[in-house]
Design a protein around this ligand. Structure first.
Ligand code: SF4
Ligand code: SF4
Ligand code: SF4
Ligand code: FES
Length: 884
């Protein structure tokens, strides 16, 4: 790349060619004021405020759109420039309403800041405000477009970053404003309320709706979003120790850059919910009474010790949390294994499909699931299977839409529903539920028959291809077409699209929670190997972890079968290492997973359970059965932030801190480890979970108190190689195991990756009493069971009803119309929902969103209808439907 030399304000500067004068100046510490520019958006040169003067020609240029050239001599602060900038600001101010004092944007308005810098007080011009109707009916965003300066950032953010297309310019000239189609309110448009336009607007034209505070926060602190597995980087504003707003940090190199989703931007108001736990509670005579920390921890220590002594370590279970930090999960499982002597440790990522991932982990090793999302934009081909990230993990949806729309990456979408990604796809494969493995094997068989596989990759990096190809050679494509419901020519077209390409596979809950998820995962990895789609940028498998620290909880050993660092507990060497580190004996037997713990509690074998940051009563299937099992325990301790369903059953309640109230680190779905510090203090007497665990360990005579999160981190760093770089300060994180698979190291060591034989899924007999297939899924407004998002006033006030989606064909056969109430029943229970009619939905399917109505949809699912290796199978259920 050519090196450019130029002069800015008398200083000689060198920079690379192809960058703007603005970027060259910024990189060299010279500030040029801007209003329409943002480093994550394409420059447009709309506001002209960034004007600079070319001293050679005397011409004025908008520096954000003018590229540097050899020998340029630029002034950014000449009297001419200042005069022009001042006039631009005066005109904007004259057009502005006089409501700055009560503007929600307060001191952060960039227009006001630049006016102050340039000394523009009174404009000296006739005021010409363009008053518009204040739009504040929705609970998320207030639009006061009389404050709009037409910089177009909101429109570009909507089109370029989140690729929604909810807004564009409406009208022309003086009357022009950003608006939805037909200028409808945002809530009647396709706006997703991601708030990206809000945090990028330089004035008070777009602001977060805040009923309690107006103006700027007292403090803004960086942290990481505690909702989903993307791990967005946030800047949280607080007033008087309470979080009042969240914005993207806009920092370079973060996973979300300048975007967020509706949860991360607006649902944090749950942090100030009246349901927050603020004091330890101890059950006495059936009622909760507040206690001191000393009393509560004494009860927990005494009761757990007594159960261990009387009933043995196997009678105690520990449910850790995919929402708590790495440090907390490490300490939690350590207490279970070292003080109580049990491997009965799990976390709710079990629900999100960890059993399905286990074979993938075993075949690929630790590096297999570490794939940066940014690589999607460099892929040759993307194959989205069983995932609806535009709803579940919206920032992943933005990556996929950008890859397709802006980078032209072809995309296959396999999903029974017409998801939001379908319009961006090259081909939509509306396959029958649970037939993913058939689809994948069929495509592999076609590629095999065409001899269109990566023979070099296969011979160099894999083993077992011969046995696998026997299965492909005899694969029955007609049957696969019948099972998937996809015509043979569609299967051939799918193979055409994959042939000769390195593929990025994106795998979501539709596979991970499926009863046949393990077969699908194995088939998918076989196809990945066959197409040589591993070991390079833009190739690999992206696993969409739902919860914010689902990956970290597993890494830290908060699972029954792995020690920290994803070391199999059944391996003698692994156990020996940890036995020496911790100075205790560790049982070689894997512990009970979450579902097996519930079963053992039902039978009376599990006597005590310690739940940290989870709500199994709301998150698990058959909630009444789970309730009975928990009531059957002799002792239940729940450490949580909200007075939720499981807390109500506890013998002792320990009030914990939310993600914004403690320090720690989370590991996102890319394997990016991000450390963070507290934004505010926990409410009342609540404490960070690591501190509670540390105090408890001391009560139970654990010899080495930690007393700080840094001490726990030090131990992790020293003992868990994949976390060796975990540092103490807040940072943008790094991808653990950057090197990915050892096999692809330049030295090429590491075990070859195994092909597994083709497995054919048995035909499942359909129960004619339950002729419909109910599919459970997420919406962007709630995460998981909705324990936290359900406490957000904003989400509640939006008035969503969680309707079930049915096909127009089924609706007409059942004589149902939009808005009718139906009773949906399975062998396990019944719920009622209003219906919405979808013409693109496959007849025979009903989509029911999770989290609504206290997540009552889980009543339809069988808790212990587990598939192979206890894969949950909680994604689909046979149901019947009748008008309520
Ligand atoms: S609403 Fe804000 S971001 Fe959008 S054009 Fe107006 S000033 Fe710019
Ligand atoms: S909130 Fe998000 S989807 Fe809605 S207009 Fe703004 S950027 Fe677009
Ligand atoms: S919920 Fe997920 S996608 Fe949304 S802001 Fe938080 S981390 Fe990002
Ligand atoms: S910042 Fe360059 S024209 Fe607006």
């Amino acid at each position: 790349m050519e090196e450019i030399s130029l002069t800015i304000n008398g200083a000689n500067i060198s920079c690379r060619s192809g960058i703007s004068i603005l970027d060259a100046a910024t990189e060299n510490g010279i500030r040029i004021p801007t209003l329409c520019h943002h480093p994550h958006l394409e420059p447009v040169g709309a506001c002209r405020l960034c004007m600079v003067e070319d001293e050679k020609s005397g011409r004025l240029w908008a520096s954000c759109v003018r590229l540097v050239s050899q020998g340029m001599v630029i002034r950014t602060d000449s009297p001419t420039i200042k005069k022009h900038r001042t006039n631009i600001i005066r005109l904007m101010m004259a057009n502005h309403p006089e409501s700055c004092i009560v503007c929600n944007q307060g001191n952060r308005c960039e227009l006001r800041q630049i006016a102050a810098e340039l000394g523009v007080g009174s404009t000296g011009l006739y005021p010409m405000p363009h008053y518009t109707r204040l739009e504040e009916a929705n609970p998320f965003i207030v639009r006061d477009l009389s404050k709009c300066i037409l910089c177009g950032k909101c429109i570009r953010a909507d089109h370029e970053l989140v690729v929604v297309g909810a807004i564009d310019y409406n009208l022309r000239g003086f009357k022009s404003r950003p608006a939805t189609v037909h200028d409808l309110p945002l809530e009647n448009s396709n706006c997703t309320f991601c708030g990206t336009c809000v945090s990028i607007c330089p004035t008070g034209a777009l602001v977060t709706k805040n009923t309690r505070y107006v103006g700027s926060p007292q403090k803004e602190s960086p942290t990481i979003c505690g909702f989903c597995g993307v791990g967005c980087s946030l800047l949280m504003g607080s007033v008087d120790g309470q979080v009042i707003e969240a914005n993207p940090s806009h920092a370079h190199g973060t996973v979300n850059q300048s975007t967020l989703c509706v949860r991360g931007h607006f649902a944090h108001d749950f942090l100030n919910s009246p349901q927050r736990l603020t004091k330890p509670l101890i059950r006495k005579n059936g009622e909760f009474s507040p206690g001191t920390w000393e009393e509560a921890l004494d009860v927990v220590a005494d009761r757990l010790t007594a159960v261990k002594e009387q009933e043995g370590p196997q009678s105690i279970g520990f449910l850790g949390s995919s929402k708590c930090t790495n440090e907390e999960n490490y300490l939690f499982q350590k207490i279970a294994r070292t003080i109580l002597g049990t491997n009965n440790v799990d976390n709710s990522s079990y629900l999100a499909g960890r059993p399905t991932l286990k074979p993938l982990h075993e075949r690929l090793g630790q590096g297999g699931q570490v794939t940066p999302l940014s690589a999607l934009e460099q892929a040759e081909m993307i194959f989205v299977i069983g995932a609806n990230p535009a709803q579940a993990l919206p920032v992943v949806g933005y990556y996929l839409k950008r890859a397709s729309r802006r980078k032209g990456v072809p995309m296959l979408v396999a999903d029974p529903r017409r998801t939001e990604l379908v319009p961006f796809s090259t081909l939509w494969l509306p396959l029958a539920p649970q037939s993913d493995s058939q689809l994948i094997n069929a495509v592999a068989a076609i590629l095999y028959k065409r001899e269109a596989y990566d023979a070099r990759f296969i011979s160099r990096f894999t083993e077992g291809f011969d046995r696998y190809r026997e299965g492909l050679a005899s694969f029955d494509l007609e049957r696969a077409s019948h099972v998937t419901g996809l015509k043979l020519d569609v299967l051939e077209k799918t193979a055409d699209l994959l042939q000769g390409k390195g593929v990025s596979f994106v795998v979501g809950q539709g596979v991970l929670q499926q009863r046949y998820g393990i077969q699908t995962m194995n088939a998918l990895l076989n196809l990945t190997l066959m197409t040589g789609s591993l070991g390079g940028v833009g190739k690999g498998i992206h696993i969409l972890a739902m919860e914010n620290n689902q990956v970290g909880a597993w890494d830290m050993g908060a699972v029954p079968d792995f020690l920290p660092g994803r070391q199999l507990i059944s391996d003698d060497g692994n156990r020996k290492h940890w036995e020496q580190t911790w100075g205790v004996k560790i049982s070689p037997d894997p512990g009970l997973n979450l579902v097996r713990m519930i079963e053992e509690a039902e039978k009376g074998n599990l006597k005590a359970l310690y739940v940290m940051g989870e709500n199994p009563l709301r998150g698990l299937p058959e909630p009444e059965r789970v309730r009975r099992a928990l009531e059957n325990l002799e002792f239940l301790v729940v450490q949580d932030i909200l007075l939720q369903e499981t807390v109500q059953l506890a013998d002792v309640v320990l009030p914990g801190a939310a993600f914004s109230e403690k320090g720690g680190s989370f590991t996102n779905l890319e394997g990016r480890i991000q450390a963070f510090e507290p934004v505010v203090s926990p409410p009342g007497e609540a404490k960070p979970d690591w501190e509670i665990l540390d105090l408890l360990a001391r009560k139970m005579a654990y010899p080495e108190p930690y007393a700080s999160v840094q001490r726990i981190r030090e131990e992790i760093r020293g003992q868990v190689p994949m976390y060796a770089d975990l540092v103490n300060n807040t940072n943008q994180g790094w991808i653990r195991e950057r090197s990915r698979l050892r096999l692809f190291h330049p030295q090429g060591d590491g075990e070859p990756i195994r092909f597994t034989p083709v497995v054919l899924k048995d035909d499942e007999a359909k129960d004619k009493n339950y002729p419909f297939m109910g599919i459970l899924g997420s919406t962007r407004f709630h995460l998981g069971s909705g324990s936290r998002t359900g406490e957000s006033d904003r989400i509640r006030d939006f008035g969503l009803r969680g309707e079930a989606e049915i096909s127009t064909k089924d609706a007409s056969e059942l004589n149902l119309k939009q808005g009718d109430e139906v009773k949906i029943s399975s062998p396990y229970g019944s719920i009622t929902r209003e219906v919405v009619l979808k013409k693109d939905l496959r007849p025979g399917l009903i989509f029911i969103p999770r989290a609504f109505h206290n997540n009552s949809v889980m009543q339809l699912i069988g808790l212990t209808q587990l598939g192979l290796e206890d894969s949950p199978g909680w994604k689909q259920v046979g149901v019947r439907m009748e008008k309520a």
